[in-house]
Design a protein around this ligand. Structure first.
Ligand SMILES: [Zn+2]
Length: 529
């Protein structure tokens, strides 16, 4: 009897201990999971700051690849250079894979020359509008300023444009700026970001789609009229400071080739407008040669370090940036910088011979500039059926996405994208980087790039807060070249990205997604790119 009683008491004790253990297990696991491995952070910092590859990566993605307009020869060269680097670094399952159908087709600029030859000679830095056509060899003609606010205004130009070069009116006026070109976020600005509440700030102003569509429709009518009238070139003012900004024509593969079109710096455009307004005749000589070709898909470049945990290796931690750029410059800040950081982050981890529990995958997206096509195509291919909106099997294995696309500036923290659940996690992850000035978590959303492809289907996708380094003036212009890159900032960003994806790959559970709300509770964020 005594023995039995003893046994029962022992069993009760055992059960109590087990019960207590189970009771506190979740808390224990949670606190354990954010125990950042400081010896790994030390190694990441040493590898990233003392053995950096960012300058080398910058060369291959900018100077070597050149402009990387989606579906252009430069884009393909950039993707192949990135693929080669991934293979050299020892990433696995490296591939350039189609993400989505692409309606515009391929386009390369082969030659651009533009000069004013009367009242005196001066040549202009200029940039052809992507997916527009060529001149008929070298053309020389009088410049006509087209003053059209509505379709009816076109009548006064009937029969007057044959062989002429058409100057579109200014869309903006030059204004002197007293703001610095580059700045670091101040302590006050960072404090404001960290104290912001969900829904406040960070959203773009409402997009007036009707006005935009009307403007596009008028623009198409002008182009059609100008072609019918036999003009040879359209010139636009594009840019806010001595460099033309790139953009693209609304062209679909198989359409008739649009008329040749050039973007001029605001100063050169303004000079000709003022000469014409003073009745001084202006003559220009222009030669543009563009090539259209078949290219029916948009591509992403992908590689990974496979996971090692039996249960978690099929879960994916994703890091990425868009590799496409506009056709001016070499798309250095926008967005070779993001690709450099992501490639370097994974290189650091690979070189440290890590064995992550989850798979860490890098994706360099195509087609971002025309509407997040690469990342959206990835979501459609692996995560959510685009027609039925049903989740694919990989949806539940998605453990988080980290994106960079705000220029070369260093990371100062991260946007939690209104996800309250990740804030305490990111607070812990950022602690080892406080001395690098990167410790802010803001509840705010940030818009305009590839993390949205994941966020809008309910998956955790994030962008970092970055200092604003010459970004507003330089992006999408011919000036966005290697010189715009601040290597020290990119090195810091690679180190922080490496530690974030490492933590995400090692913690016990996936990064939490935002809880699902009834339809309509999550406000739409406006334009997607
Ligand atoms: Zn970008």
């Amino acid at each position: 009897m005594k023995t039995n009683l003893n046994n029962i008491t022992m069993n009760i004790r055992r059960i109590s201990v087990a019960f207590l253990f189970l009771l506190f297990l979740p808390t224990w696991l949670m606190s354990q999971s954010e125990n950042v491995d400081l010896s790994m952070i030390y190694k990441i910092k040493q590898e990233g700051l003392k053995n950096s590859n960012v300058e080398e990566l910058a060369f291959w993605l900018t100077d070597f690849a050149g402009p990387r307009l989606t579906a252009s020869t430069g884009f393909n060269r950039g993707c192949e250079a990135a693929q080669k680097k991934m293979e050299e670094f020892g990433f696995q399952n490296v591939r350039i894979e189609p993400a989505r159908d692409w309606s515009r087709g391929g386009w390369d600029n082969l030659k651009t020359y533009a000069a004013m030859t009367a009242p005196y000679y001066v040549n202009f830095a200029c940039n052809p509008v992507a997916w527009t056509g060529s001149t008929n060899g070298s053309v020389k003609g009088e410049v006509v300023l087209l003053d059209v606010k509505e379709e009816g205004d076109l009548d006064k130009y009937k029969g007057k444009l044959s062989g002429k070069i058409v100057l579109m009116p200014s869309t903006q006026t030059y204004e002197v700026t007293f703001e610095p070109l580059a700045s670091r976020l101040t302590d006050t600005q960072l404090k404001d970001l960290s104290m912001a509440s969900a829904g406040a700030g960070g959203r773009r102003p409402a997009f007036d789609r009707t006005a935009y569509m009307a403007q596009q429709a008028l623009r198409s009518k002008i182009s059609a009229f100008v072609i019918t009238e036999g003009a040879s070139v359209i010139l636009n003012s594009a840019g806010i400071f001595n460099v033309p900004r790139s953009n693209g024509a609304n062209y679909k593969s198989g359409d008739k080739e649009p008329i040749a079109e050039l973007n001029l710096p605001i100063e050169d455009h303004g000079r000709m407008v003022r000469l014409l307004q003073h009745q001084v005749p202006v003559v220009m000589e222009i030669e543009i040669q563009n090539k259209f070709f078949e290219s029916p898909k948009v591509y992403n470049v992908i590689g990974e370090i496979p996971g090692s945990d039996k249960l978690l290796k099929n879960e994916i931690v994703l890091l990425g940036a868009h590799i496409d750029s506009w056709n001016g410059g070499t798309g250095a800040a926008d967005n070779a910088s993001g690709c450099i950081v992501m490639l370097e982050a994974l290189r650091i981890l690979k070189n440290l011979d890590i064995t992550p529990r989850r798979t860490i995958r890098i994706a360099l997206w195509g087609g971002e500039e025309q509407g997040l096509h690469g990342s959206a195509g990835y979501v459609e291919k692996y995560l959510v059926d685009p027609t039925t909106k049903e989740h694919k099997p990989d949806y539940d294995k998605f453990a988080g996405y980290f994106n960079m696309d705000n220029g070369t500036g260093k990371y100062r923290g991260i946007y939690s994208q209104e996800n309250e659940l990740v804030r305490p996690i990111f607070d812990e992850w950022l602690k080892p980087f406080a001395d690098m000035g990167c410790s802010t978590v803001t509840i705010r959303n940030t818009s305009g790039t590839d993390h949205l492809s994941f966020d809008r289907v309910g998956l955790p996708g994030f962008q970092f807060i970055q200092d604003n380094i010459e970004y507003g003036r330089g992006y999408h212009t011919v000036m966005d070249t290697y010189e715009r890159l601040v290597m020290a900032d990119l090195m810091q960003n690679a180190v922080i990205t490496a530690s974030f994806v490492y933590n995400a790959a090692m913690r016990n559970s996936k990064l939490p997604a935002k809880p699902v709300m009834k339809p309509g509770a999550n406000a739409d964020q406006g334009p997607r790119f």
